[in-house]
Design a binder for this molecule. Structure first.
Ligand code: HMG
Length: 390
């Protein structure tokens, strides 16, 4: 029995900053961002958007299409938790009016948690083949103003329906994974911006890739030529390209730049203009690949590398299913990305500094342009959400 991703819906904020604007404010050559790290825009959430509204908006099309009937497991993966106790997924469960007969839990391991959630969901479906799981990865990547990480900020959520006989991508059973206790990127509970040892993090990302690949290759006897496309965790698009280059060199099959573009470019298009979405990043890449690759990917194998700082890496693979194009949300994704509002530098800095109040006071947030749900305020220490669905 095949198990995997049956539907895949992505959502990001309606606001962005062009990295040329940031480059000017930081007196940096814009090519450092556009070419050096391969990023053009970063998604910025307004004050009434958080990981719950991003997640619920990502999953809304599934609700609208009746795909959430029969979902009995909701896994919410995030680095940007909003509460030490209550799972953010429970707010999403409420906003999406899902059946109470559902297990809901939140998972954390930096950007890796989305893959942990997917693998757990696959185990759930293997045991209960008639049932479905909803996996949502939702994050806001936030670094200090003026820090090297700033240009890699972003935000977004990906909702994936996991089922038997999936219509999009069947996930193959073999996986190579790797855990090591390192401090490359972390965020203590008292901080809203991540701390990162940038250059070191890129080295650990690669090391975990090589180790994960080793186990995957031992289990499958596959080589790089057994894959038609690759989809990497994308903190910035250049990282994915460099990772593939390093892996190819390590396996003594060096690869030309043009060849890398053919294997990876489809997966990088969305991330280049949304920025890092942490737990959702690799799946934003997968949505981008399935939506935008010009070739018919039916029965093609995709290599998937997920990485979460701290760290955990996992290399696994999936096979694209016949008829996949009929169940994509490609038009909706294009429409969202083409109709966002550009922020000036000052607007960006004002939104950044506004943050989320932490003084326990009463707040009503102004209404910005959001998806079908908004974070309307805080009252008596409780977050309040509003559905804008008619
Ligand atoms: P930096 O140190 O300021 O940048 O920030 P740099 O000086 O290394 O320049 C970057 C590249 O631009 C270099 O290319 C330059 O040569 C080039 P490279 O040598 O690397 O090939 N460059 C130019 N190119 C064209 N024209 C120019 C120009 N100027 C320079 N004029 C750094 C880079 C990655 C450190 C920073 O962005 C950062 O700290 N980012 C955050 C951390 C990160 O994303 N790490 C990635 C791996 S860890 C990960 O993926 C996990 C994560 O997603 C979190 C999680 O798991 O939750 C982050």
């Amino acid at each position: 029995m095949n198990i995997g991703i049956d539907r895949l819906s992505f959502y990001t904020s309606n606001y962005y900053v062009d990295l040329k604007t940031l480059a000017e404010a930081r007196s940096v050559d814009p090519d450092k961002y556009y070419i050096g790290i391969g990023q053009e825009k970063m998604g910025i959430p307004p004050p009434d958007e958080d990981v719950v509204t991003l997640a619920a908006s990502a999953a809304y099309p599934l609700m609208r299409d009746g795909e959430l009937d029969g979902v009995e497991l909701l896994l919410f993966a995030t680095e940007s938790g909003i509460d030490q106790s209550k799972a953010a997924g429970i707010y999403v469960h409420g906003l999406l009016e899902m059946s109470p007969r559902c297990r809901t839990v939140e998972l954390k391991q930096a950007c890796y948690s989305g893959t942990a959630a997917l693998q757990l969901a696959i185990g759930f479906v293997a045991r209960n083949p008639g049932k479905k799981a909803l996996v949502i990865s939702s994050d806001i990547a936030r670094y200090e103003l003026g820090s090297p990480g700033e240009a890699t900020q972003g935000c977004g959520a990906v909702a994936m329906l996991v089922s038997a006989n999936p219509r999009l991508v069947a996930i193959e059973p073999e996986s190579g994974y790797y855990t090591e206790d390192v401090m490359d990127f972390w965020r203590p509970n008292y901080r809203s911006e991540a701390l990162v040892d940038g250059k070191y993090s890129t080295m650990v990302y690669i090391h975990a890739l090589l180790e994960s690949w080793k186990q995957y290759a031992e289990l499958t006897d596959r080589t790089l030529t057994d894959f038609d496309r690759f989809c990497y965790h994308i903190p910035f698009t250049k990282m994915a390209e460099k990772a593939h280059q390093k892996l190819s060199r390590k396996l003594k099959s060096p690869i030309e730049k043009a060849e890398i573009a053919g294997l990876l470019e489809g997966s990088l298009r969305y991330s280049r203009i949304t920025g890092n979405c942490y737990a959702g990043s690799m799946y934003v890449g997968l949505a981008s690949l399935l939506d935008t690759d010009g070739e018919d990917l039916t029965n093609k194998r995709i290599g998937l590398y997920s990485y979460g700082s701290g760290c955990v890496g996992e290399f696994f693979s999936g096979v694209v299913q016949p008829g996949y194009r009929e169940v994509l949300y490609a038009d909706q994704h294009r429409n969202l990305l083409e109709n966002r509002t550009e922020l000036t530098y000052q607007q960006y800095e004002d939104i950044f500094n506004y943050g989320v109040p932490v003084d326990g006071g009463e707040y009503v947030f102004p209404q910005y342009k959001t998806g079908p749900f908004r974070f309307s305020g805080i009252s008596q220490h409780k977050r309040e959400y509003e559905s804008l669905v008619d």
